[in-house]
Design a protein around this ligand. Structure first.
Ligand SMILES: *Cc1c(COP(=O)(O)O)cnc(C)c1O
Length: 368
């Protein structure tokens, strides 16, 4: 996504509600907590019937997300809701689904423990091998780029072209980037899935997700799964997301700038840092082409577990899983069994002022 496109999307998102206000309307989104709505005599059919079908706050959040994605969006109560529903919508018994072996762990668990017994075969492939994966009998490929936690980057447009030729759907988990940093649908993906729990929600107080697609039939199928399987978020969560989305672009700007500054200071100190924005990253050129910004998440490999914990302790950087929040936080991924060294920290830059954040990082590095 080029900068002017992103700016235009951010402008539309911010004015999503205010552009259509009548005199006397509340400027902020009202929270409408109701499970049911008054009905007429049945003709015409009312828009609002029952809270499991649709609600004003869910539709308002989806309307805002649509500006970010450049496509209709379907909100789910978690990122995994969006991923699970997409797998259900795209694959059935006898189909294969390819997922990254080094990507978000629960996408693999859904295939192994829930869909495999129903006859869907999961195939796990390392992110960097996805572009050449065997697509025979594959209904869906789920890709994640940059991958989590390794930050490998693959060419979405090239993979989308192969998938299209094979009659395979391509889903991209765009949680790291959000539509402001990367637009997989513009690169040819069929569907984007995203955990709004992370940067989109952005305040570490919300579990939510969405799918975005320009394929109307797939969108209808996802809405049907949501409606009949009861996978719609409550109005409050949707309302929180609408509020968060208004500051997403400005938060991402600070987060990405902070990541660039911290990465530069760690690289200067000779630490092995991994970030798609560094010329030393193996897919740097591709990342700079495909992403609007190399992002706010980076990895650093410290000698061992104790050193990593000492760094966090001295710097005061929050030790927590997840990413994309207002606070800079670090997750020692070896703790969760990821195939990374014990001293590997995945760091998510927050929105702190850059100077004091760098001071904190330097205090941590002095303790190494
Ligand atoms: C967190 C995350 C998810 C799952 O999101 P939930 O809201 O926790 O269900 C999926 N994919 C990626 C890349 C994530 O980071």
């Amino acid at each position: 996504m080029t900068k002017p496109d992103a700016d235009a999307a951010a402008m539309r998102l911010l004015h999503h509600r205010t552009a259509a206000l009548a005199v006397g309307d509340p400027v902020a989104e009202p929270l409408v907590a109701t499970s049911t709505f008054r009905l007429g005599d049945g003709d015409p059919a009312p828009d609002a019937i029952y809270g499991r079908y649709a609600t004003a706050n869910v539709e308002a959040a989806e309307g805002r997300l649509a500006h970010v994605e450049g496509a209709p969006c379907i909100l789910f109560p978690a990122g995994m809701g969006a991923i699970g529903a997409t797998m259900l919508a795209c694959a059935g018994a006898g189909d294969r689904v390819v997922v990254p072996s080094d990507g978000y762990m629960h996408s693999r668990v859904v295939l192994r423990d829930i869909l495999a017994p129903l006859g869907v075969e999961g195939v796990e492939v390392p992110t960097l091998d996805l572009p050449d994966a065997d697509l025979d009998g594959v209904a869906l490929v789920l890709a994640e780029t940059p991958s989590n936690p390794g930050l490998d980057v693959i060419d979405v447009a090239a993979l989308a072209e192969r998938c299209r030729a094979a009659g395979t759907r391509l889903a991209v988990d765009n949680t790291f980037c959000t539509g402001f940093l990367q637009r997989p649908l513009d690169l040819g993906a069929d569907v984007v899935v995203s955990a709004d729990t992370k940067a989109a929600g952005g305040h570490s107080d919300l579990i939510l997700g969405h799918a975005a697609t320009r394929d109307a039939a797939l969108g209808d199928r996802l809405r049907a799964i949501r409606k009949f399987m009861g996978m719609i978020p409550g109005p409050f969560e949707a309302w929180m997301l609408s509020r968060s989305l208004e500051t997403l672009e400005v938060r991402l700007d600070r987060m990405c700038a902070n990541a660039a500054a911290v990465v530069a200071s760690m690289a200067e100190a000779g630490l092995p840092v991994s970030w798609p924005g560094l010329p030393s990253h193996p897919q740097h050129a591709l990342a700079m082409r495909q992403m609007r910004d190399p992002g706010y998440v980076f990895g650093v490999t410290l000698p061992d577990r104790a050193t990593a914990m000492r760094f966090l302790d001295r710097s005061g950087i929050l030790s927590a899983t997840s990413f994309g929040g207002t606070h800079t936080s670090a997750d020692r991924r070896g703790r969760w069994g990821d195939a990374v060294p014990e001293g590997y920290l995945r760091i998510s830059a927050g929105i702190e002022p850059t100077g004091p954040l760098l001071d904190a990082v330097r205090r941590g590095m002095a303790a190494l």
